[in-house]
Design a binder for this molecule. Structure first.
Ligand code: DON
Length: 316
């Protein structure tokens, strides 16, 4: 039997992170920033940040790791965490599936074919369904989510970018179509406009790589938030969430991401990607230029580099 290799020492990991930040500009020629939400198009596209939060809460970073950006779909994980903490499993999984969709994150085709039940909680339809679960149970769902994220990241200044939230509401047609279609099937319990407002605010949270990596550290630490010792998830829920991130976190590019990176992950059209190395670390990379699937090009590239530089990955 081969012994498990020792993890990189902090100074070795720092050298690797610095190298990845130096190499990132090679990807700056490719891809475009998201522009279907006009407020997102205003970002400087040629930026790159990376942060790692170890299972004990220690952080290492390189590049533009302190610049806040729009976390977008990464917030779908925080929202699902809140639903899994509050609802019985059958009350969640009878309303949303756990299978990869193989379709774009905002596709509407499958939703009608499958009678208004979204394939998984990370495509837009599924996240709208989770927003409905929260909106029908909480008095101020978006503020509860903001409090949760502030606690997970141990950063009380995290807030919504109201310009982004408004821009999403002003260009809501596709998400509104998804939500109203689910309502037509009798699957939405709250007011649809409240569901949309909740969802858009979640997506409009502004955070930097360090804060995002910190907010996901509990998924690398068996469900315990290392910043304050609280139990966010049970060990079983932690495994379940990581499995769902591996199969569904990068939409119709989930298979390719698993092939190249091999870690549970979640992307957002703000250019962020979060990944988990279970029991070791959570990672956040950010670079705004996206591929045709809506995933950060330099971000994914850096994660490939990080994984090849680590001596241990869940895939062997
Ligand atoms: O609803 C939307 O389309 C955006 N607020 C979020 C989409 C997103 O981040 C997809 N991720 N790659």
């Amino acid at each position: 039997m081969i012994d498990a290799p020792a993890p990189l020492r902090p100074e070795e990991l720092q050298t690797l992170l610095d190298q990845l930040a130096r190499d990132a500009p090679r990807c700056f020629g490719e891809g475009r920033v998201a522009s279907y939400i006009p407020a997102l198009a205003e970002v400087d596209p040629d930026q790159f940040g990376i942060a790692v939060c170890h299972a004990d809460g220690q952080v290492q970073c390189a590049g533009d790791a302190q610049t806040r950006f729009s976390i977008q779909s990464i917030s779908k994980v925080h929202a699902l965490v809140m639903a899994m903490q509050r609802l019985a499993p059958e009350d969640i999984w009878s309303r949303v599936g756990r299978e990869p969709s193989g379709q774009a994150f905002n596709s509407i085709v499958q939703l009608e074919v499958e009678n208004g039940t979204p394939r998984n909680p990370f495509i837009n339809a599924g996240a709208l369904m989770v927003s409905d679960m929260l909106a029908s149970r909480l008095v101020m769902p978006q503020h509860t989510l903001r409090e949760q994220v502030r606690r997970l990241a141990a950063t009380p200044t995290i807030d919504f970018d109201e310009r982004v939230a408004r821009s999403e509401m002003d260009h809501k047609a596709r998400n509104a179509a998804l939500a109203y279609l689910m309502q037509a099937y009798g699957n939405i319990q709250s007011d649809v406009e409240l569901v949309l407002d909740t969802y858009f605010h979640n997506c409009a949270l502004a955070m930097n790589c360090i804060e995002l990596a910190k907010s996901f550290a509990f998924l690398a630490n068996r469900g315990i938030n290392p910043h304050d010792g609280t139990h966010v998830f049970s060990e079983v829920q932690t495994r379940q969430m990581n499995a769902l991130l591996l199969t569904c976190g990068l939409y119709d590019a989930a298979g390719d991401f698993a092939w190249r990176v091999g870690l549970p992950g979640k992307s957002g059209v703000g250019g962020g990607i979060v990944a988990i190395l279970p029991r070791r670390m959570s990672i956040c990379v950010w670079s705004p230029r996206l591929d045709s699937y809506g995933n950060s090009i330099a971000g994914r590239h850096a994660l490939e580099g990080l994984v090849s530089g680590l001596r241990f990955t869940p895939m062997g």
